[in-house]
Design a protein around this ligand. Structure first.
Ligand SMILES: [Zn+2]
Length: 139
């Protein structure tokens, strides 16, 4: 006898940040056989396991009303989702800025090395000049 462990998961609709609304996206792939039983918050004891069961579920009036009002029922979640989108965009911008600054820093470090080398050469030249001047004076 095969022992099958059944997992239970709560179905979550996806958030579209451009339209600022929630939509149904199947958590089950075509012909996928899984042992996950999805429940939906739209109705107590609702359950689907296969793609066709999922499709039947999302076409019920109860579920469609639930999705339509999901934003209102889940205000905090919506705000958090919006914030995640904003922060992800900010993070991408800052990452690009950081790459630019790292490149700029590398150029400046190279210039700094060049200036230091020039400085060493100048110090040597001044020392040699002093020695020449000193020997000229002592002659
Ligand atoms: Zn539902």
């Amino acid at each position: 006898m095969e022992i099958v462990s059944i997992q239970q998961k709560c179905y979550q609709p996806e958030y579209d940040p451009d339209k600022d609304e929630y939509f149904d996206k199947s958590p089950i792939k075509k012909f996928e056989r899984n042992n996950i039983h999805f429940t939906c918050k739209c109705k107590i004891n609702s359950q689907f396991r296969t793609l066709s069961e999922y499709k039947n579920h999302i076409n019920t009036k109860t579920h469609q009303n639930f999705i339509k009002n999901y934003k209102i029922y889940n205000k905090e979640l919506t705000e958090a989702n919006k914030r995640i989108v904003e922060l992800t965009r900010d993070n991408e911008l800052l990452s690009r800025k950081n790459i630019d600054l790292v490149n700029e820093n590398e150029i400046l470090l190279k210039k700094n090395i060049e200036v230091k080398e020039e400085n060493i050469e100048l110090i040597k030249a001044v020392k040699n000049y002093r020695i020449e001047l000193w020997s000229d004076l002592s002659e």
